[in-house]
Design a binder for this molecule. Structure first.
Ligand SMILES: [Ca+2]
Length: 284
């Protein structure tokens, strides 16, 4: 679902200092190399599936300088920043300075090819961004994929949206594809996902942490309630799990009309953090 390209691309910007008035200034050549990882991006109009670009600026010249990297998106692209400014000391070997930018599109964005133009001085780099159609959310489809999540807390190294990103493989557990709460050994915790529209649901698939390195019996969730919100502000418990030691647990329940689903965590194995690799919700 999330595609990452590993290589970075760069371009050089050589700029000679201009002469001001009649005073001749020493000729200074600056050179800032700009890169992004990945080199291109695919995004979809779901609130919890933003694309992320890692921006880098590298001073390849011989003098310290300050640089402004501007980002200009086209079409429906929304960026978490449109400016990346940094002091760039001239060091040997060259030392890149990096910053992330999140790329989002609204749910009704027109699928197609767009771009982000990066500029430093007079040099430009174009990052192609493909906006893909929304994934199907009909019968048999995971209704919470990429939808808006909320949680009682989230560990600073982890992403709130990691548990609805489409990857439920515990061997991929890391700061990107898993949600980890921020209050160790303190319960209850909750993780909520809002459906894009009210739907009749009858099954939740929950993947807690269960990898070779971190088995569920010592690192996964033990006790929790599955709750649904039914049009009012009240949460209604539709299933309970107790004493779990498995990585993947299916909770089936009578069909119920819901506009959000909550996992209410009551205890973890090893009395540690609440950890979800993926939460999936299905209708009949
Ligand atoms: Ca995940």
């Amino acid at each position: 679902m999330i595609i990452r390209w590993q290589s970075a691309v760069g371009f050089g910007a050589a700029v000679a200092a201009s002469l001001i008035g009649a005073t001749s200034m020493p000729k200074a050549t600056t050179d800032v190399q700009v890169g992004t990882d990945p080199q291109q991006l695919s995004v979809v109009g779901l609130p919890c599936l933003p694309g992320t670009l890692n921006l880098t600026m590298t001073n390849t010249g011989g003098e310290d300088r300050y640089a402004d990297l501007t980002l200009t998106p086209t079409g429906p692209l929304q960026l978490s920043r449109e400016l990346f400014s940094s002091w760039l000391p001239a060091v040997d070997p060259d030392q890149p300075v990096s910053a992330p930018v999140e790329v989002r599109v609204p749910r009704d964005a027109q699928p197609g090819n767009y771009k982000i133009t990066l500029e430093v001085d007079r040099s430009r780099l174009t990052v192609p961004v493909q906006v893909n159609p929304l994934p199907p959310k009909g019968p048999g489809d995971n209704l919470v994929l990429g939808e808006q999540a909320a949680a009682s807390s989230t560990h600073g190294n982890f992403a709130l949206c990691g548990a609805v990103d489409g990857d439920h493989d515990s061997e991929h557990w890391d700061t990107l594809t898993g949600w980890n709460d921020g209050t160790r050994a303190v319960f209850p915790d909750n993780y909520d996902v809002a459906l894009s529209q009210p739907a009749t649901i009858n099954r939740v698939e929950l993947y807690t942490l269960d990898s070779v390195k971190y088995p569920a019996a010592t690192n996964g969730l033990r006790d929790w309630d599955v709750q649904v919100r039914t049009g009012t502000a009240d949460w209604q418990t539709v299933a309970q799990v107790r004493g779990n030691t498995l990585g993947h647990v299916t909770s089936a329940f009578d069909p119920v009309q819901a506009d959000a689903v909550r996992i209410l965590w009551l205890a973890g194995n090893g009395n540690t953090y609440s950890r979800i690799v993926e939460l999936e919700v299905y209708g009949s």
